[in-house]
Design a protein around this ligand. Structure first.
Ligand SMILES: Nc1ncnc2c1ncn2[C@@H]1O[C@H](COP(=O)(O)OP(=O)(O)OP(=O)(O)O)[C@@H](O)[C@H]1O
Ligand SMILES: [Mg+2]
Length: 526
């Protein structure tokens, strides 16, 4: 291999899965020392391309070149030996093992289990590189999503690859976490590793990528420099026709707010009074959610947002206070009970969200709807199927038909199917964590549309997530938590990304409507 040789070349690679063409003679070249970003709609074929590059899937036809040499990558193990390390879309860490043990997984395969906890020098260096140097003995289950992502990267980096492939590493990260990850990527690259990086977050590309490859329908349809405008990329990704319109969304929100004006005094759909967490994650939280309102809840990782949302959804039991749905007190101790009272819940962690491995797409959607219908004495059958199909269409789930196993859907399409499942119960209130994580531009638009529809029919939505820009666009109001207390209630006029960002640190301008104290020490502002 010469200095100018590319690291990896895919030439005319094709792959179909039982009739579904995932890759249609795709070609892509990854140069030395570059970070090539790969973007494209859900189901465009990004993960399939990656699976071929890392030996997890064999192509039907086409050629792979490593440097200048044609090669066959027969297995993930062989890919690693050839210098290709991959962090997949779905986290593959073992939660009840420690960081060090997870780092050794795979490489200590043949040795006794006792050796698992002795990380190699490379592993330790990689941990340092991602900023987890002091966490070797911690259990993975005690780590945040961002930390797990960093750990997965450390594990890949410790293999000293020539090419590091990251499939949507930032899908569930907050802006600050993403910023840190971008720094880590820069470190990896300056250590002489090329990167192939998949993302749906177009804003981060300019900082991360040297080149952007756009995939559509199983092909790379365009390559662009990192400074390419978001509008152009969106058009390339979606093909002509579908474009994200933030302004349109804002307009829709305004209209909704206007329509709702008379309902200001209408009975709240959800009321929290003095709710406190058993483990102290938050204390004394009170608020009301009005019909037709999308309420954002934001905060730093230690703010208690996740715990509060879990409590609202019945997945966590408060120590004090009450929660009422449409005037009725929520006494239930489970999401199922909350579901009966009209709360639909989409949990944030994909693993917890309940993709049931063997279930078909149709069954996945029907599951929550089913229990409702059987309770009412219906025998689920055609009606569920019909409703499921309709929802799939509304949520733009790209599946050949509802009978295909849900795990064969692309990541973003699984996410959309889970959102459809929440709607299948006809909830009065939807509580969702990062509902659009991993979802492409068009899919996001349809989720926003469905949320609007729910609101227009008098429902309410509690929305949390890592994407503050999205929260500023989608929500009518946002609560800000800081270390477990409610520090701000931002009204529509004040909702923009910078305000939300600052408010999380309790550092922002106080307006007539928002109550924010400014006693947060300067040094803690990251
Ligand atoms: N094992 C499989 N069996 C059947 N179909 C599959 C399988 N893996 C992928 N597909 C199909 O191939 C197509 C491409 O999927 P892929 O996962 O590569 O998309 P993607 O670009 O990664 O999307 P996302 O952004 O949603 O992650 C989809 O239509 C998907 O349903
Ligand atoms: Mg994917």
């Amino acid at each position: 291999m010469t200095a100018a040789s590319p690291v990896l070349v895919l030439r005319d690679v094709a792959k179909s899965f039982s009739g579904v063409r995932a890759l249609n003679r795709v070609s892509l070249r990854i140069e030395r020392d570059e970070c090539c970003a790969l973007v494209g709609a859900n189901g465009a074929g990004k993960s399939t391309l990656i699976n071929i590059a890392c030996g997890a899937v064999q192509p039907d036809s086409g050629v792979l070149l490593l440097g200048d040499d044609e090669t066959t990558i027969r297995s993930p193990h062989m890919a690693i030996e050839l210098g290709i390390a991959t962090v997949h879309q779905h986290d593959q860490l073992v939660p009840n093992l420690t960081v060090a043990e997870n780092l050794s997984l795979g490489r200590e395969r043949t040795k006794a289990a006792g050796l698992l906890s002795n990380p190699t020098r490379e592993s330790l260096a990689a941990l340092e590189m991602v900023g987890l140097g002091d966490r070797a003995d911690d259990l993975v289950e005690s780590m945040t999503l961002a930390e797990r992502q960093l750990l997965a990267i450390a594990r890949a980096v410790s293999l000293r690859p020539r090419l590091l492939i990251l499939d949507e590493p930032t899908a569930a990260l907050t802006p600050n976490e993403t910023k840190y990850l971008v720094e880590v990527i820069e470190r990896v690259r300056s250590a002489g590793t090329s990167l192939l990086y998949v993302t749906h977050r177009l804003q981060e590309l300019e900082e991360v990528a040297d080149r952007i490859a756009v995939m559509r329908d199983g092909q790379v349809v365009a390559e662009r420099p990192p400074e390419t405008s978001e509008a152009e990329l969106v058009e390339l990704i979606a093909g002509k026709g579908i474009v994200a319109h933030d302004e349109e969304l804002v307009e829709r929100r305004r209209r909704r707010a206007f329509d709702r004006h008379e309902e200001r005094n209408a009975e709240a759909v959800l009321v929290a009074r003095g709710v406190s967490d058993r483990e102290g994650a938050f204390t004394d939280i009170s608020f009301q959610l009005r019909p037709g309102e999308v309420l954002g809840i934001v905060g730093l990782p230690d703010a208690g947002v996740v715990q509060l949302v879990e409590t609202l959804a019945g997945a966590r039991r408060p120590s004090d206070g009450t929660i009422e749905v449409a005037g009725e007190r929520l006494r239930g101790r489970s999401p199922r009970e909350a579901g009966r009272r009209g709360i639909g819940y989409l949990a944030g962690d994909r693993a917890r969200r309940g993709v049931i491995p063997n279930a078909s797409v149709g069954e996945t959607i029907a599951l929550s709807g089913l229990s409702r219908m059987t309770r009412l004495g219906f025998i689920p059958g055609r009606r569920v199927a019909a409703q499921g199909e309709h929802l799939l269409e509304q949520c733009q789930v790209n599946a050949a038909d509802p009978s295909v196993p849900v795990v064969t859907l692309s990541g973003g399409n699984q996410q959309k199917a889970l959102f459809a499942r929440v709607l299948a119960t006809h909830p009065r209130v939807v509580v969702c964590e990062d509902p659009t994580a991993g979802v492409d531009v068009a899919g996001r638009e349809s989720i926003y549309g469905l949320v609007s529809e729910l609101c227009e029919h008098g429902g309410g939505v509690v929305w949390t997530g890592s994407d503050l820009r999205e929260i500023a666009t989608v929500c009518d109001r946002a609560l800000v938590l800081w270390r477990g207390t409610l520090v701000a209630d931002l009204q529509r006029e004040e909702l923009d990304e910078p305000t939300l960002m600052l408010a999380q640190f309790k550092r922002t301008v106080t307006t007539s409507q928002s109550v924010i104290r400014q006693d947060h020490p300067r040094g803690e502002y990251v």
